[in-house]
Design a protein around this ligand. Structure first.
Ligand code: PMP
Length: 387
């Protein structure tokens, strides 16, 4: 049986067109992009083109794009960098309960260091941030509100525009981890009103290990660097630029700019087919987590009642999916995202995430349905079997 990859939210495969765009930089690109000789200038021009491509994809000016190693670094830079430079009277950060670890952990770190107080705003059972709760938490001491655009586990979209309006009403900034949304659905940071946006190349069929923090002029002016060195990227992210990776991110962004709408339609049709196939074969024992009317076109978070998701996932091989469970101190912990939405531990342990993308085919969906149905039936039969 052929391998089937349905873990695009973990990392999407590299588009061969992106690889082709990167190849000259990898094979014959010479020099440091910050050198002023002709070699350096040539590399800087390639970086500038990528800056334009990324800016165009998310509706902002190229000079606001700071390249870095990925969304983990971008999120750390946004939160630690703002906190470092903040005036003492603005020392509170609000994050949503379903943020990625790369937003949660630096916030917790700031909290334990005593640099900032952190409040966590809850989400509705549908999985999106509770705006009433956010509004109640806001005050003149809030520095930044961090709300992700789309959740990696459920695909549920947050009301980022409204969150930004609420944040701005008290003079706070809005940081948006748009890693899962950029390139999959239209995301224009100017229209949304986000001050800082994190994105990552490998979620949009670009290379891994490169991403960007994108900011408005005013937000970048209020940011401190967290990596100190040669003052690259407007002094906010030192380190010689990964030119091939950046060119790859730019190329991936340009492809998304032209193909996003068609791809979203095709991928959501396949995702819906997958869900329908599972529901039909497994009757009433399947349900979807999160508000399905507002989510990414490629994601389905599915609970198979009575079947442990880790066991289902392993029995589905060679179809690759994922669960939101995390291994912490040797114990398997249920997904914090699903618990925050009010799901029981059992429901969380029975949830599998399917995430599709650009190269997913109809035939792969049929294989995935067949493998998932067989795996779920097998796991259930093992659970039910007398010992
Ligand atoms: N934020 C979100 C929402 C993510 O899904 C991920 C990747 N799983 C990250 C941040 C981290 O991205 P990177 O791998 O580029 O560090």
């Amino acid at each position: 049986m052929d391998e089937v990859y349905l873990d695009y939210n973990g990392s999407a495969p590299l588009d061969p067109r992106v690889a082709e765009a990167m190849l000259p930089e990898l094979t014959s690109g010479i020099g440091n992009a910050s050198s002023v000789h002709r070699f350096g200038l040539r590399r800087a021009a390639a970086v500038d083109k990528a800056r334009e491509q990324v800016g165009a994809l998310i509706g902002t000016r190229p000079s606001g794009v700071l390249f870095c190693s990925g969304a983990t670094e971008a999120n750390n830079l946004a939160l630690l960098g703002l906190a470092e430079a903040a005036p003492p009277e603005r020392n509170r950060i609000i994050i949503s309960a379903t943020e990625h670890a790369s937003v949660r952990k630096p916030s917790q770190w700031l909290h334990t260091q005593g640099t900032a107080k952190v409040d966590v705003v809850g989400v509705t059972p549908g999985g999106y941030v509770n705006l009433d709760e956010l509004e109640a938490l806001l005050g003149p001491d809030v520095l930044v509100v961090s709300v992700m655009a789309a959740n990696s586990e459920t695909g549920v979209l947050n009301p980022v525009t409204q969150a930004a309006e609420h944040a701005h009403a008290v003079g706070a900034m809005l940081h948006c981890d748009a890693t899962q949304m950029v390139g999959r659905l239209p995301f224009n940071m100017t229209e949304v009103g986000a001050d800082l946006v994190s994105l990552s190349s490998h979620k949009m069929c670009g290379p891994t290990g490169v991403g960007a923090l994108v900011g408005t002029r005013s937000a970048l002016a209020q940011l401190s660097s967290i990596i100190h060195g040669g003052a690259h990227e407007r002094g906010l992210r030192s380190g010689s630029l990964n030119v091939a990776g950046i060119v790859g991110l730019g190329s991936a962004a340009a492809i998304c700019s032209t193909e996003l709408h068609t791809e979203a339609r095709a991928v959501s049709r396949l995702r819906d087919k997958l869900v329908a196939g599972l529901v039909e074969a497994l009757a009433g024992d399947v349900s979807e987590n999160g508000d399905t009317s507002r989510r990414l076109p490629n994601t389905a978070s599915i609970r198979f009642c009575g079947a442990d998701a880790e066991a289902v996932m392993h029995n589905m091989d060679p179809v690759a999916v994922s669960t939101g469970s995390a291994c912490s101190s040797g114990a398997i912990e249920p997904s914090a995202v699903l618990l925050a939405m009010g799901l029981s531990r059992q429901a969380a342990f029975e949830t599998v995430r399917f995430s599709l993308g650009r190269f997913t085919t109809e035939a792969e969906i049929q294989t995935a349905i067949q493998q998932a149905v067989t795996a779920v039936r097998y796991v259930r039969s093992m659970t039910e079997a007398p010992s």
